[in-house]
Every structure is written in structure tokens, then in C-alpha cells.
Design a protein around this ligand. Structure first.
Ligand SMILES: NC(=O)c1ccc[n+]([C@@H]2O[C@H](COP(=O)([O-])OP(=O)(O)OC[C@H]3O[C@@H](n4cnc5c(N)ncnc54)[C@H](O)[C@@H]3O)[C@@H](O)[C@H]2O)c1
Length: 339
């Protein structure tokens, strides 16, 4: 039975890595957790002891393990692009958490390495695998809302526990990058032309001088005429709030529900609906579906959805938004392209 399951190695045994490790070990009949690598003392062992597989401190040792056929990268963002290239060089299929790279040059090199090696490269844009977002896109593709004219994407995270630990521009490179991909996903085939972004530290103003931005609005103009906004906050008091909307000439479609389920509670204080507090709860099914898809692609050789090219497209918007904040002006996408 184990030979039929794809041996997957996980690199980065932190918060999302732990969730993906449980998915690989327990939620996917076609996969098994073959190895975990993390340089933090005891981190890899903690997962392999609880689940399965061999622990490594060095990701390169994991790539040398012949039992590892595919790799899931959940290490910090700055390590991703080089690790994608290392996986490709070792002939391993790779699933990379977002962002796949922090520069367009690194994104291009990662995509080229996977293509040259002929290995599948998938990126962790989990909203594409959330049933409501996928259905919303189908409605748009089928013409159900006519011509897209206005799009909206919202991300509000429930808490900013340690503002001092947030690296500059995280809001754009690691948070809004999901929204930029969602807008591209929900406006299929359209190319963003121009971006205008404003951002501030409204949640933790004391950290603004250190480079923290925790609140932003981004306006995008697409080549099919559609206008879009993406907005983000690192601190929604009521929970984890992710929404997408496309308004068109013949209607509107929206995805994302702020309520955790269908429960409603009426009392003297009014009507209450529980909300979701953690991404791993809101997106448990989508996180599982994206890895199921990745393992299927490894098995069948099919090209994954949520590709390295998608990661590059979203990164270009993030980089244009960052420049827009820095220079307080609209920035055309071509301005951030490598010379
Ligand atoms: N798709 C999503 O919704 C989602 C959600 C959370 C995090 N993420 C992304 O996943 C990545 C990890 O985020 P996290 O919150 O789990 O971070 P984390 O800090 O909790 O975990 C990172 C882990 O990587 C390890 N590490 C550091 N350097 C390493 C290296 N060179 N090789 C291997 N491991 C290394 C650390 O020791 C740590 O255990 C980030 O890029 C983040 O943006 C995506």
C-alpha cells in the first residue's frame, strides 16, 4: 500500500508546515509524509515523531532522500525561490507556499528551473481550491455575470500578535499576494495594467517607523477594462474575513462568508453568528484540496493549477503596489519588469 502512496518531503515545520504535514500523513490516501526538514533544533523531529517520516536539519539532505518524490515548501518566504531551484535540480516535483519568490528575476529562474527539469511546480494559492471561489470563477467564465467591470478582494486577519516580528512589506508580499492572485483568478485572461496603493500602520502605529504596514487599499486597472480593489487589515476584531466579488454587466457573483457555518443564535442582544478565527479552520478543505491536486499531478504528470507563472503574475502586482506606496503614485506593471 505504501508503495502506491507518493512519498512527500516537507521543508519547514512551522505553523502552516505542521498543517500540511498532517494533511500529507492523515488526510490524503494517495500520499505519505516521507521526510521533514527544518534547521530549528527539534522542529522536524516533532512532526516525524507524531506523524511519520525521517527528520533532517538540512533541506538538501531531504532532497537526497530517494524515498522523497515530491516536496512541499513551507519555510520562510525568502528561502522559497532557491529551494524551488534545488528541488528541480534534484528532479523532485514541488509545491511551494506563497510567495514563490520576492523578485521577478527569482520568480523567472524558479519557473525556468522547473520547466527545464520537467517537474510539476504548484504554488499555495489556496483560494483557487476553495469551493466558493472556484464556483465564482466558473460563473464568470460561463458568462453568468456578463462583462466583468468591478472586482473586489478582501483579506482581514484576526490578529497581529507580534508587530515587531513582521518584515517590511509583508502585507503586500505575503498577505495581499493572495488577493492579487484571487483578482487574476476571478478575471480570467485579463492582464493588470496599473496599480495604485495606499497603506498605513493603523493597528500598531508605534511600529510604522520600523517599516510596519498593517492596513492597505490597492486599486487595479485591467486590460479588459475592469477596475478592482484589494484591501487588507492585519487585525479584524471579529475573526478571519476573506471575500471576493465580481460585478459585471449582467450580474454579480461573490465568494467568502464571514460566518463559520449556518448556526444563528438569537437572544436579547440580537442575532449572533460565529466567525472563524484561524486560516487553517476557514481553509481546511481548500488546503487539503490543493495538496490532493498536487499529489494527483505528481502521479499523473498533469500540469498543476496555481502555477509558477501565476505566482509571478501576483508578485508583479505586489511589487507595483509596493512601489506605488513608496512613490505615492500609480505604477504601471511594466515599470517593475526586469530591465
Ligand atoms: N497559503 C496560506 O494561506 C499560508 C498560510 C500561512 C503561511 N503561509 C506561507 O508559508 C510560509 C511559512 O509560514 P509559517 O507561518 O508557517 O512560518 P513559520 O515561521 O511558522 O515556520 C517557518 C518554519 O521554517 C523553518 N525554516 C527557517 N529557515 C528554513 C530553511 N532554510 N529551510 C527549511 N526550514 C526553514 C523555521 O524553523 C520554521 O519552523 C510563508 O511563506 C507564509 O507566507 C501561507
Amino acid at each position: 500500500m505504501d508503495e502506491e502512496r507518493i512519498g512527500v518531503g516537507l521543508v519547514g515545520a512551522g505553523r502552516i508546515g505542521s498543517f500540511h504535514a498532517h494533511t500529507l500523513a492523515q488526510r490524503l490516501p494517495g500520499a505519505r509524509l516521507a521526510a521533514v526538514a527544518d534547521p530549528a533544533p527539534g522542529a522536524a523531529e516533532r512532526l516525524t515523531r507524531a506523524l511519520s517520516g525521517r527528520p533532517y536539519a538540512d533541506p538538501k539532505a531531504l532532497l537526497d532522500d530517494p524515498d522523497v518524490r515530491a516536496v512541499v515548501l513551507t519555510s520562510p518566504a525568502a528561502t522559497h525561490a532557491a529551494l524551488v531551484r534545488d528541488c528541480a535540480a534534484a528532479g523532485k516535483a514541488v509545491f511551494c507556499e506563497k510567495p514563490m519568490a520576492l523578485t521577478l528575476e527569482d520568480a523567472d529562474a524558479a519557473v525556468a528551473a522547473a520547466q527545464q527539469a520537467g517537474v510539476p511546480l504548484q504554488v499555495g494559492f489556496n483560494r483557487r481550491f476553495a469551493a466558493d471561489f472556484a464556483a465564482a470563477r466558473e460563473v464568470v467564465v460561463s458568462g453568468g455575470i456578463g462583462t466583468p467591470q468591478l472586482l473586489r478582494s478582501v483579506i482581514r486577519d484576526p490578529g497581529l500578535s507580534d508587530p515587531g516580528a513582521v518584515r517590511p512589506w509583508t502585507l503586500f508580499l505575503e498577505t495581499l499576494i493572495h488577493d492579487f492572485d484571487a483578482l487574476l483568478f476571478l478575471n480570467p485572461g485579463a492582464r493588470p495594467l496599473e496599480v495604485y496603493a495606499v497603506a498605513d500602520a493603523l493597528v500598531a502605529p508605534a511600529y510604522k517607523d520600523a517599516g510596519l504596514l498593517d492596513t492597505a487599499v490597492v486599486v487595479l486597472r485591467f486590460d479588459n477594462g475592469a477596475l478592482a480593489t484589494a484591501e487588507a487589515s492585519f487585525s479584524a476584531a471579529y475573526g478571519y474575513d476573506i471575500r471576493g466579488e465580481v460585478f459585471g454587466s449582467a450580474g454579480m457573483v461573490s465568494a467568502g462568508d464571514q460566518a463559520a457555518g449556518s448556526l444563528r443564535h438569537w437572544d436579547a442582544g440580537g442575532l449572533h453568528r460565529p466567525t472563524v478565527r484561524r486560516d487553517v479552520d476557514l481553509f481546511a478543505a481548500a488546503y487539503t484540496a490543493e495538496l490532493a491536486h498536487f499529489v494527483d499531478c505528481v502521479r499523473t504528470g498533469a500540469a498543476p493549477q496555481a502555477t509558477g507563472e501565476d505566482a509571478r503574475r501576483a508578485l508583479a502586482v505586489a511589487l507595483a503596489a509596493i512601489r506605488s506606496v513608496q512613490e505615492r503614485r500609480p505604477v504601471r506593471l511594466e515599470e517593475v519588469e526586469p530591465a
